[in-house]
Design a binder for this molecule. Structure first.
Ligand SMILES: CC(C)(COP(=O)(O)OP(=O)(O)OC[C@H]1O[C@@H](n2cnc3c(N)ncnc32)[C@H](O)[C@@H]1OP(=O)(O)O)[C@@H](O)C(=O)NCCC(=O)NCCS
Length: 439
C-alpha cells in the first residue's frame, strides 16, 4: 500500500498523555488507553487507577502515537479511539560496568484487528524511529509479545529469559554455604526504604538491565496488582551481608496452589546487588515450608543457582524466549559507548533496510574503549571483516548472543572465522546479562 493510500485512510497523531482539571485522563488520553486495553485484552481501569497510570506516564515523559481512521463506520469505536497505538520514552540500558546508554524505549504497540495488514504498524514504526533519531537516540529498545514482528524493522533479540522451577525436595543444602542474613519485611517497608537503591546497584553492575517504568515499582514491590488494585498476597524479604546494615538484595513473592496439587511459590521480583544476595535469597525461598516448587519467570540463561543446588536436577526450564530487542540507529555512537573485554580492530559492513545504520564502520578498541570511523556510506562487503544486518548487530550488542553463533546460523558472514571469534571476545560482558524489566 502506498503512502498516499495510507494517508488517505489514516491520520497519525502524536501527543503527550495528560489529565483534565479533575485529574482524570483527558479525552485523547482516555481514548488511546481504551484502544491499548482492547489490543492487549486488558481490563480498562477507571477512576483513581487510571489517573495514577497517567500520572506515571507523565513522569516517564512518554510520547504517544495514534493512527486514526479518517472515515470511521458509524457507531464504531474508531470514531474516537485510534486504530493503531504506539508509545516511546527514554530508558537507560546498562552495559554492566557502571555506564549505560539512553534508548528510545518502544511500548504499547497495537493495531485494531479490523485494520490489520494495512501498514499501520510500519507507518507508526517508521515515524517513531525518525523522531527518535531527531530526538538524539542512538538506539531503540522494546520487549515484544510475539517473536516475528520486529526483525523487519531492524530489531535484534539481544537478551533471552527463562521461566524456571526448582523443586524444593532435592534442592537444599546448597553445595557451598551462603553468607549474610535474610529478614522478612513488609512490601511497604521495602518500597519506602531500600528497594530502589538495591535496584540501582543491580542495574549498574548488570549488563542488559534497563531502568524501570514509574508504574512498575508498586507492582514489583508487592503493593499493587497489574490491574492497579491493592495486592494482598505478596510477601517480601531482604538480604544483608554479614557485618553490614546495608540491604544488598530483595525478593517479593506469592504462594499459589496449582492444578496438579503442588503448592508453588512464585517469585514476583528478585533484585540483587551482589551474587551472595542472589544465592541467599534463593536458599531462603527454598527453605520456606508448605510449598513444593519455587518458580521464577525472569531467570537468565547462565543461572548460578544450577551450580549451587545440592542436586542440579531439581532445576527445570519450563520455557525460554526473547526478552529485550535492540535496534541500532547510530552505529558510531553505540559502539563507542560500550566497554570491551579485549582490544582489537574489525571492520563491519552493516545493512539496514530503513537506512539509519547502513554503512561500513571501522571499530578500533584500545584499553577497552572503542573508537569508530565510518569508512563508507553503504555496506561494503569487500572492504570489511564481517557483514551483518543491523538486527544482528543489535542482537550481539550486550554480549549475550555470540557472533560465532550467528555466523553458524548464517546470519553473520565473515571470510576469516577468526573475525567473529574476535568480535565475540571483544563483546564479552563483565558478567552474565540479566534483564528483569518489562515495558
Ligand atoms: C503486530 C501488529 C501490531 C501488526 O500491525 P499491522 O498494522 O497489521 O502491521 P503492518 O500492516 O504495518 O505490517 C508491517 C509488516 O509486518 C508484518 N507483520 C505484521 N504483523 C505480523 C506478525 N504478527 N507476525 C509477523 N509479521 C507481521 C506484515 O506482514 C508487514 O510486513 P511487510 O511490511 O514487510 O510487508 C498487530 O498485529 C497487533 O496489534 N497485534 C496484537 C498486539 C501485539 O502483539 N502487539 C505487539 C506488542 S509488542
Amino acid at each position: 500500500m502506498s503512502n498516499e493510500a495510507f494517508d488517505d485512510r489514516y491520520e497519525l497523531r502524536a501527543f503527550a498523555p495528560g489529565t483534565d482539571e479533575q485529574g482524570a485522563p483527558n479525552a485523547e488520553t482516555e481514548a488511546w488507553m481504551q484502544a491499548v486495553g482492547l489490543g492487549f485484552h486488558e481490563p480498562h481501569p477507571g477512576g483513581e487507577v487510571a489517573a495514577q497510570m497517567v500520572a506515571d506516564f507523565v513522569v516517564d515523559d512518554q510520547t504517544w502515537l495514534g493512527a486514526h481512521v479518517r472515515r470511521p463506520a458509524p457507531g464504531s469505536v474508531d470514531e474516537t479511539w485510534p486504530a493503531g497505538t504506539f508509545a516511546w520514552f527514554g530508558k537507560a540500558l546498562s552495559w554492566g560496568d557502571g555506564t549505560s546508554i539512553d534508548t528510545q524505549a518502544i511500548s504499547a504497540v497495537t493495531v485494531r484487528p479490523t485494520e490489520r495488514r494495512r501498514g499501520i504498524l510500519r507507518a507508526m514504526m517508521t515515524h517513531a524511529l525518525e523522531r527518535g533519531v531527531a530526538e538524539g537516540y542512538a538506539i531503540a529498545s522494546l520487549t515484544a509479545s510475539e517473536g516475528t514482528i520486529y526483525r523487519r524493522f531492524g530489531f535484534g533479540s539481544a537478551i533471552r529469559e527463562r521461566a524456571v522451577r526448582v523443586r524444593r525436595a532435592r534442592a537444599l543444602p546448597f553445595l557451598v554455604p551462603t553468607t549474610g542474613v535474610v529478614s522478612v519485611v513488609t512490601p511497604e517497608w521495602l518500597a519506602d526504604g531500600p528497594g530502589r537503591a538495591v535496584f540501582d546497584r543491580f542495574d549498574a553492575r548488570t549488563p542488559g538491565s534497563m531502568v524501570r517504568n514509574t508504574g512498575t515499582w508498586p507492582i514489583v514491590f508487592g503493593l499493587r496488582t497489574g490491574d492497579g488494585e491493592k495486592a494482598k498476597d505478596v510477601r517480601a524479604a531482604v538480604h544483608r551481608p554479614d557485618d553490614s546494615d546495608e540491604v544488598d538484595g530483595y525478593v517479593t513473592w506469592r504462594v499459589k496452589e496449582s492444578r496438579d496439587g503442588d503448592t508453588t511459590l512464585e517469585i514476583v521480583d528478585l533484585v540483587y546487588a551482589t551474587d551472595e544476595a542472589y544465592l541467599s535469597l534463593w536458599e531462603f525461598l527454598l527453605s520456606i515450608d508448605l510449598n513444593d516448587v519455587v518458580t521464577y519467570s525472569r531467570s537468565r540463561l547462565d543461572d548460578p543457582i544450577v551450580a549451587a543446588l545440592g542436586d542440579n536436577r531439581a532445576y527445570d526450564v519450563d520455557h525460554e524466549e526473547d526478552h529485550v530487542w535492540l535496534r541500532v540507529l547510530d552505529v558510531e555512537r553505540v559502539l563507542a559507548s560500550r566497554p570491551y573485554a579485549v582490544d582489537g580492530s574489525l571492520t563491519l559492513a552493516v545493512t539496514d533496510a530503513l537506512g539509519h545504520a547502513a554503512g561500513t564502520y571501522r571499530l578500533e578498541v584500545h584499553d577497552g574503549r572503542g573508537t569508530v570511523t565510518r569508512t563508507a556510506d553503504d555496506a561494503d562487503a569487500a572492504a570489511s571483516d564481517i557483514q551483518l544486518d543491523v538486527a544482528d548487530l543489535g542482537a550481539v550488542l550486550i554480549g549475550s548472543v555470540s557472533p560465532t553463533t550467528l555466523a553458524a546460523a548464517g546470519l553473520l558472514r565473515a571470510t576469516d572465522p577468526a573475525a567473529p571469534a574476535l568480535l565475540r571476545a571483544m563483546l564479552t560482558p563483565p558478567r552474565a546479562p540479566h534483564g528483569i524489566t518489562y515495558f
